[in-house]
Design a binder for this molecule. Structure first.
Ligand SMILES: [Zn+2]
Length: 58
């Protein structure tokens, strides 16, 4: 089943990981000005995705 939220979450995760891999500044609790919004988007979508998973299990 195609899931738009999951696709956006995966894309955000890929974008952030690709940036983090090549960035000397970014790590789990520290982000450069380029990485910060990438991580913000990733964290927001991950939150939404995990919230949905939890909702489905009820
Ligand atoms: Zn960075």
């Amino acid at each position: 089943m195609a899931d738009e939220l999951h696709q956006r979450y995966q894309r955000a995760a890929d974008a952030y990981r690709a940036h983090e891999a090549g960035c000397p500044v970014c790590c789990d609790d520290r982000h450069c000005p380029v990485g910060a919004p990438l991580h913000g988007t990733f964290a927001r979508l991950q939150d939404a995705w995990l919230t949905r998973l939890r909702g489905q299990r009820r």
